[in-house]
Design a binder for this molecule. Structure first.
Ligand code: ADP
Ligand code: MG
Length: 973
């Protein structure tokens, strides 16, 4: 490309191989290749700059097609590579290929690599600034693939009237890896944004743009090159790819840019004055590449399958059309001051030349006007002037100082119509207006988009906030219920604590009471034991006294008896002795009498008691006999009932059997009935057959009727019988039940009576024992009575003898001497004294006996009481021990319970505090975790995260921790 200011678009045609499905389908391979630039489809040749067969490798293709472009771009020209073709024709394969595969990578990664390789080999004084942009056009909207937030970018024109995508992200890169990263990122963004990537990629155009700016550090010369690498949307008609789902408008929009591209190319090919670049955003962006300041290569990708023949043909025609387009390429250079100066001088020179030409022309015109004829050799030489100007321009071109678009006029030569300056100005004005409108539309659509997005965002936000609200509500409800539950639990725990406390109080009270009681009882016991000891000593004393008294009495008695014996013995010998003995006998008599009377009364009472007991025994005997009789009667009744039950059961069984028999007979009768009815039927058929057998039939019928009646009667009677039997059975069952009930009652009564009988027997035995004892006592008493009677008799005899003797003596004495009266008086006195003495003694003895008896009777009582007291003490001690154990256990349990409750409360609080910490955290915006709080009232995350329940807090806890707790609770609520 030495100096081709004007160049056509290069069109390369590439056929891919048949794919698997096409091979499987057996599609034929339709292209036929002729040379390097011709392909025949069904005999028709299509010529391109180069045609690549299906076996062309990526590297071969790149070397042939794209390598030159890298050089051009780095030399300061603009370049574009398009990939055009139907879906699955190999556009992406050609442009991208397998990105990180050295063999399969397509044009873009190879260009990237080459650019850098080329730069590395270039002059050291050159400084490069490379930036890349990546965007796609879908539904005529430009979406930035490097920044997904930019979804609808607009196209503007720079000061040189070159369109560019306004606001597209530009990433500066300094290595091929960075470029590849950008491509990866863009592709990733592209696939993330859509649901069906294949469909999307076939309907959208992706444009990768590389801007290279270079500056020569020595000369200060700046060159810029712009490279567009375009993977176009599938060129097929929408209907074929199955876009039925899309609405018509959308389908139109999908194809809009592509059809606009087709129209632009057609217009350019036809050399039309008006090129509708503005019909779509894509044509606007690529305005420079299509008939502008750009070296453009179009790769038309084709399928070799016969199935896609139509599409392939249309693609090839499109390529042929594009081939005719001419671009006028200029170098994008920014002039240095020196260059500008030179350029100015040259221009001045050119100007001078032109001015000379004008002057020459004017003088010539003047001469013509004045009527003078100008000889041919003096006339203006157009060719010469042109040559002169060309010479000047050539000098300019030679210096590579072609004017930039800004200086050298607009690059789109086609836009400069033959209409000249005025129409051009109008056109540019109109374009400006259109640009403004475009801008406005863009702004509006962007606004709309933004608003839509905002609306969607808002809706989403609303929905999410609704969801959040719901979630929070449920959470709140849950927390509330939890709170309620924990409150309830706390209440319960408190209640339990209270109960425990009350229980504990009660128990301690009880323990105290028990202790007091124990003390009182021990005191009582002490008292009792002391009193018992005193009683014992008293008893001992009394016993001693009794013994003493007894001794004395026996002594006295023995002395009395001795006296009596002495008297008795003396009576026979001496009168005085007789007199003395009379007194002693009297005394003894009185004592004996007393004894006897006592004995008598005792005997009487014993007899009385015995009689009473006998009467009671007789009564109980009688009652026993009665009860036994009753029992016998009951047993009899029971056996009777049992027999009856047995007989009833038997009768029930018999009835059952009868019933069964009857049922069997009923069944038999039924069978017979069936048979008869069958016979009847047979007869009936026979009747039809034989009219003459009518009589027989009647007879049979009658017979049947009579049979039936008899059967029915029998059945009804049997049924009645059955009913009556059933009734009987139920009655008998009732009776049976009654009887069994009665029997049970009787049995219970019998048991009771038996028990009573046993009790009575026991009592009887007791009574017999008592009776025996009484008998014994009676006999003893009798013996005693007898001895007493004998003694009395002897005493009586003695007394009589004594009285007789005394009388005789008295008589004798009265006869003999009157002095003896004094002696008898003395004796009398003595006797009276002795008697009174005896009486006294008897009384004392009686009293003593009584006291003794009382005391004796007291002893068992006291012993009993003592025993009872000891038992009570023991029981109390036991109870106390138990109470102590129970109290200990209770205390232990209480302690455990308290510990457990404390633990539970603490864990509850822990969890609550933890929850509080989690809730509290987001409430404090801007506070660093662990940073000291601005004021002590605010919860510190640390303090919230490690809470200590009030009950478990150490002694160090003052007002501040309490405040913290409070605050954490305030979050909790
Ligand atoms: P498009 O981008 O035009 O829709 P693709 O580039 O995705 O089509 O190609 C479709 C399939 O055909 C891919 O699997 C690709 O690998 C394969 N393919 C396309 N061109 C070639 C080729 N020249 N050689 C081998 N395989 C190819
Ligand atoms: Mg593709």
């Amino acid at each position: 490309m030495a100096n081709p200011a004007e160049c056509t678009i290069k069109v390369m045609c590439r056929f891919r191989p048949l794919n698997k499905s096409e091979v499987a389908r057996g599609d034929s391979y339709i292209p036929k290749f002729q040379g390097e630039d011709c392909v025949l489809i069904t005999g028709k040749p299509y010529y391109f700059d180069r045609v690549f067969q299906s076996n062309t490798t990526q590297e071969q293709f790149y070397n042939a097609v794209a390598q030159q472009i890298v050089k051009d771009v780095l030399d300061g020209y603009n370049g574009t590579i398009f990939a055009y073709g139907q879906t699955a024709s190999g556009k992406t394969h050609t442009m991208e290929g397998v990105l990180h595969d050295t063999d399969m990578m397509g044009v873009i990664p190879r260009i990237v690599q080459d650019i850098f390789n080329y730069i590395y080999s270039m002059d050291e004084n050159l400084e490069f600034h490379i930036k890349v942009s990546y965007f796609e056009i879908y539904l005529d909207k430009i979406r930035d693939l490097m920044d997904v937030s930019k979804t609808n970018l607009s196209v503007h024109e720079d000061k040189n009237r070159v369109p560019y995508v306004k606001g597209a992200s530009e990433r500066f890169v300094c290595s091929p890896e960075e470029v590849m990263d950008a491509i990866d990122e863009g592709k990733n963004n592209r696939s993330v944004a859509v649901t069906n990537m294949n469909e999307h990629s076939s309907r959208s155009h992706s444009i990768f743009q590389i801007n290279i700016k270079q500056e020569n550090a020595q000369t200060g010369q700046k060159l810029t090159g712009k490279l567009y690498l375009v993977d176009l949307a599938g060129s097929e008609k929408i209907g074929k790819t199955g876009a039925e789902g899309t609405v018509l408008d959308e389908a139109k929009m999908i194809n809009k840019s592509l059809s606009a591209l087709g129209i632009v190319i057609s217009a350019l090919a036809e050399g039309s004055n008006y090129i509708p670049y503005r019909d779509s955003k894509m044509t606007r962006i690529l305005q420079d590449s299509l008939g502008g300041n750009c070296r453009t290569t179009m790769v038309i990708c084709c399928s070799p399958s016969a199935f896609n023949e139509a599409e392939t043909k249309s693609t090839l025609l499109f390529g042929q059309r594009a081939k005719t387009i001419k671009n006028s390429v200029t170098l994008n250079v920014e002039l240095t001051a020196e260059q500008w100066k030179k350029k100015w001088e040259k221009e001045k020179e050119k100007n001078k030349t032109l001015k000379n030409t004008v002057d020459t022309l004017e003088s010539e015109l003047q001469r013509w006007r004045t009527g003078e004829s100008v000889p041919e050799e003096e006339q203006f030489d157009k060719e010469k002037a042109k040559e002169e100007v060309q010479a000047v321009e050539n000098v300019l071109n030679h210096d590579k100082m072609a004017a930039t678009p800004a200086l050298g006029g607009p690059p789109g030569v086609q836009l400069q119509g033959p209409g000249g300056g005025t129409s051009g100005a109008e056109l540019s004005k109109l374009y400006k207006e259109m640009d403004d409108k475009d801008d406005e539309i863009d702004q509006q659509s962007q606004l709309l988009e933004k608003l839509n997005q905002q609306m969607q965002d808002q809706e989403e936000l609303l929905a999410s906030s609704h969801r959040d609200h719901d979630k929070l509500q449920t959470e709140l409800n849950r927390l509330l219920s939890e709170n309620e539950a924990s409150k309830e639990e706390v209440k319960e725990v408190l209640q339990a604590l209270e109960e425990l406390a009350v229980n504990y109080d009660q128990k301690s009270q009880e323990v105290e009471d028990k202790a007091q009681e124990f003390e009182a009882l021990s005191e009582e016991l002490n008292q009792k034991s002391s009193s018992l000891a005193s009683i014992d000593t008293e008893l001992q004393k009394l016993k001693e006294m009794t013994n003493h008294q007894k001794k004395r009495v026996t002594e006295m008695m023995s002395s009395l008896l001795k006296d009596l014996a002495e008297i008795g013995s003396a009576m026979g010998t001496k009168e005085i002795k007789q007199q003395e003995s009379t007194g002693v006998i009297d005394e003894e008599f009185t004592v004996a009498r007393l004894y006897i009377s006592k004995m008598k009364s005792e005997v009487k009472s014993t007899v009385r008691r015995s009689r009473q007991l006998e009467g009671a025994q007789a009564e109980s005997d009688q009652r026993l006999a009665e009860t036994e009789k009753e029992l016998a009667a009951c047993q009899l009744l029971t056996s009777q009932y049992e027999a009856k039950i047995r007989s009833l059961t038997e009768s029930v069984q018999i009835l059952e059997q009868k019933k069964r028999q009857l049922e069997e007979s009923v069944d038999a009768l039924n069978e017979e009935l069936v048979k008869i009815s069958a016979q009847e039927k047979v007869h009936a058929t026979e009747k039809e057959k034989m009219q003459s057998a009518n009589e027989v039939k009647d007879a049979v019928q009658k017979q049947i009727m009579s049979h039936r009646e008899a059967h029915q009667k029998q059945i009804s009677s049997l049924r009645d019988e059955l009913d009556s039997k059933e009734k009987q059975i139920t009655e008998l069952q009732d009776l049976n039940q009654k009887i069994s009930l009665e029997q049970e009652r009787l049995r219970a009564e019998h048991e009771k009576l038996k028990a009573a009988d046993q009790e009575r027997n026991r009592k009887l035995q007791e009574l017999t024992g008592i009776q025996d004892r009484r008998e014994q006592a009676k006999q003893d008493l009798k013996g005693l009575e007898e001895t007493v009677a004998r003694e009395l008799q002897t005493l009586h005899n003695l007394r009589r003898l004594f009285v007789q003797d005394l009388n005789t003596r008295v008589k004798r004495n009265a006869d003999a001497d009157s002095d003896d009266t004094g002696g008898s008086a003395m004796q009398k006195q003595k006797i009276a004294f002795l008697e009174s003495n005896l009486e006294q003694l008897t009384r004392v003895h009686k009293q003593l006996v009584r006291d003794n008896a009382d005391l004796r009777s007291e002893i068992p009582k006291m012993e009993k009481r003592l025993r009872a007291t000891v038992e009570r003490v023991k029981a109390l001690e036991l109870a106390l021990k138990e109470a102590r154990e129970v109290a200990g256990r209770d205390r232990k349990r209480y302690q455990q319970e308290v510990d457990r409750i404390k633990e539970a409360v603490r864990s509850k609080n822990m969890s609550r505090w933890r929850t509080a910490a989690q809730i509290a955290k987001p409430i404090r915006p801007g506070q660093q975790p662990g940073a000291p709080p601005a004021n002590p009232g605010v919860v510190r995350p640390n303090s919230v995260q490690t809470p200590q329940p009030a009950g478990l807090r150490g002694g160090g806890g003052g007002g501040a921790p309490a405040q913290q707790d409070k605050s954490s609770y305030s979050y909790d609520c």
